[in-house]
Design a protein. Structure first.
Length: 249
């Protein structure tokens, strides 16, 4: 259909996939999901797929204009600060409707032993006083911050092997969520883990590690989310879908 409106979803999350699935069947809407391309075998969303970077905010702005995008939804990971900022700026410059779909952060419960830190460097600074057997689920980009802690031994869980070899004090565990509390508790207990290091990503797929840490009474070094530019935002796929239907169609 020549008059179909084009929606760009900046994706990479389960929420982005669910939003694409919900909207792709609309006859008057063409859904395009953009993925950064860091995962070699991503879960393919409904609708059209675009992979790879845009070349900064200028490249994204050019793409939005060239492809006649009617609106954009930023459903990237809560720690994908750069693309979120680029999306907000590019849409503002072009006057395009822009929404951020961001899952609610995890919040500590009674009994949780969370220590909030702003970044991986601060987590590494606090770590030696908390334990030496460490389970780390921050993603590969932050591992360098922990490489100079020879007294610590790390179990690192990633979806895919990193491009560079891990430091000698790190053991790699490849797995993709969702995970269950019983399995996470068994993993931490069997490996003698003394402290968990993670990011406040939110969502249910990987929250079981927090249940396991609570069950075992372990401290959690929680890297909090980066500050994002002010933007209209929602926390549910349903709310984002309604926004698209009301804004674009």
């Amino acid at each position: 259909m020549a008059d179909r409106k084009r929606l760009l979803i900046l994706g990479g999350t389960a929420e982005a996939r669910r939003l694409a699935e919900r909207l792709a069947a609309k006859e008057t809407l063409e859904v395009i999901t953009s993925l950064a391309g860091r995962t070699s075998a991503p879960n393919r969303p409904a609708g059209k797929l675009r992979q790879g970077g845009f070349g900064g905010v200028e490249g994204l702005r050019a793409y939005l204009a060239a492809e006649r995008i009617a609106a954009a939804v930023d459903a990237t990971h809560p720690f994908a600060a750069a693309i979120s900022a680029h999306g907000a700026e590019a849409c503002a410059t072009l006057g395009l409707p822009h929404l951020r779909l961001i899952r609610a952060p995890w919040r500590p419960r009674p009994g949780d032993r969370w220590i909030s830190v702003p970044d991986a460097a601060m987590a590494a600074e606090r770590l030696p006083a908390l334990g030496r057997r460490v389970f780390i689920t921050t993603g590969h980009k932050d591992l360098a911050a922990f490489a100079d802690l020879p007294a610590c031994r790390f179990l690192v869980r990633l979806i895919e092997p990193p491009s560079e070899p891990l430091p000698a004090n790190m053991e790699l565990l490849l797995a993709r969520g969702p995970f269950e509390p019983a399995g996470e508790t068994a993993l931490l207990r069997d490996r003698g883990i003394e402290v968990l290091v993670t990011k406040n990503s939110g969502g249910s797929a990987t929250a079981a590690k927090l249940d396991a840490a609570l069950d075992l009474g372990l401290p959690v070094l929680m890297i909090e989310r980066p500050a994002l530019s002010a933007s209209e935002s929602v926390e549910s796929v349903e709310a984002a879908a309604n926004w698209v239907l009301e804004t674009v169609l």
